[in-house]
Design a binder for this molecule. Sequence first.
Ligand code: COA
Length: 206
Amino acid sequence: MSNPKPPFKAILVDVPMPITTSRLLIRACEPGDGKLLNEALLESNADLRPWMPWARTAPPTVAESEENIRQSCAKFILREDLRMQIIHRESGKYLGGTGLHRFNLEHGIFEIGYWIRSSESGKGYVTETTNALTRFCFGALGARRVTLHINAGNTKSTVIADRLGFKFEGCLRNQDTYSDPTLGATDTNIYARLSLEGLPALDVSW
Ligand SMILES: CC(C)(COP(=O)(O)OP(=O)(O)OC[C@H]1O[C@@H](n2cnc3c(N)ncnc32)[C@H](O)[C@@H]1OP(=O)(O)O)[C@@H](O)C(=O)NCCC(=O)NCCS
């Protein structure tokens, strides 16, 4: 009689870090990141506020940002949420946040999230990050499905999905409770990739 399959344990899944591209270092949060995060958040509040609920609260103190980072470190180890930081390799500048959220590690289903600090927007860093993370999902984590969930009114984010060849699958009408309610934009568009086919070339390693 064959032995029964052992239960799947997310905490035992290897998530190799960091991920590097020619310009970027993408890594898990580390204690001490709070100061860098705080500076970027305060600079970017006007751009983040419409789309990120955590940007609509009172501005965080450095200590609160550090607390938030340390919670994310713990969740990363537990494989509950894989939040990452985007760092410019050459200068070491903190560029923004990304990560894999609402995933199923056993079945290889992932959602990528991202934001960029205002002063570094429009330089292709998020496109590069999302390309790298998509490759990481399929290449390192055995993905069968990688998604982007984007408010239908978020034009800048939609451009990234289109540029990277994510397929529009449909609109979840009135589903978004995440974005600023005063915008009246409550529809979420779902974009997905089931493989790397047609993804723009990118030199990436982990
Ligand atoms: C959505 C968001 C992440 C997009 O950031 P972004 O800076 O526009 O995205 P990119 O870094 O990929 O920049 C794309 C632009 O850089 C340009 N670019 C410059 N150099 C580039 C390069 N080397 N490679 C690719 N694009 C480059 C592109 O042409 C493009 O310009 P365009 O928008 O005029 O066409 C940003 O607006 C943001 O943080 N918003 C708030 C948070 C948010 O909405 N997150 C997403 C929730 S779903």
